[in-house]
Design a protein around this ligand. Structure first.
Ligand code: NAP
Length: 218
């Protein structure tokens, strides 16, 4: 499986403010770039923190959807949530019928929550006891035909993916603002590394909107 992480950060590396509310960091050209990346992916993934904070839909626009159909692909990439305890609200936009949705849960997810989401058409993949075990969960996604995954955040999920050595590519839009705040989410939160820091190799630098897109290979 190929895993691309894509996110937008402020110039000081924050994904959002200390209130964990979504902040417009990029502009229209970056929205188009993100739409293209989604359209080239089999699935777009976020963590439950992002679902609860932003209620994202994670779909592509009509022209990208038409191009996917022409290529013989489903009109929308699948959506994936890492959500150990199945806290995704059944009326979340990510659980609507615009695209297939997979919820990666752990054994600790309460049955009634899982069943409520299944009733909405969400497909449940269980891996791990307390928290989603990402590698076996990805193996199960691969068995469903998902080969290219684009991860959009947030910082906790991205950090775990780096820790598990599952990231192949990282692209970051760095925008023209300072958000600050020691408790505001950054690109990679979690415990952080003290050794064995993942090494990145810079592939390209592109000026876009009022910021810059950095593309790294891991
Ligand atoms: P997150 O990374 O979206 O979700 C983290 C949660 O995912 C964890 O608390 C955990 O909850 C669940 N999870 C399940 N398995 C996991 C695993 N193996 N490793 C890590 N997490 C796992 O949440 P976040 O870090 O709080 O980020 C949310 C913030 O990021 C919001 O403020 C949002 O606006 C912002 N954001 C910004 C961008 C951007 O590009 N600027 C993009 C996305 C999000 P359980 O244990 O309960 O499952």
């Amino acid at each position: 499986m190929h895993v691309l992480v894509n996110a937008a950060t402020s110039a000081d590396g924050k994904l959002s403010s200390r209130r964990r509310e979504q902040i417009a960091i990029s502009g229209p050209d970056d929205f188009d770039r993100v739409d293209s990346l989604r359209a080239e992916s089999d699935a777009v993934m976020v963590g439950i923190g992002t679902v609860l904070a932003d209620d994202p839909h994670l779909t592509v626009d009509a022209s990208s959807s038409a191009a996917r159909t022409e290529r013989g692909e489903p009109p929308q990439p699948a959506r994936v949530v890492a959500d150990s305890r199945a806290r995704t609200p059944p009326d979340a936009r990510i659980a609507d019928d615009a695209a297939r949705t997979y919820l990666l849960a752990s054994e600790s997810a309460p049955t009634e929550r899982v069943e409520r989401l299944e009733a909405r058409g969400v497909r449940i993949i269980v891996a791990g006891d307390e928290r989603v075990a990402l590698e076996p969960a990805f193996d199960q996604l691969a068995a469903e035909g998902i080969e290219r995954v684009m991860v959009e955040g947030g910082g906790e999920l991205i950090s775990s993916l780096f820790e598990a050595g599952l990231v192949d590519e990282l692209s970051v839009f760095v925008g023209p603002t300072i958000i600050g705040g020691r408790n505001a989410p950054t690109l990679a939160d979690g415990e952080g590394f003290v050794e064995g820091f993942p090494a990145l190799s810079l592939e390209s630098v592109e000026r876009l909107d009022d910021g810059v897109v950095l593309r790294w290979r891991v």
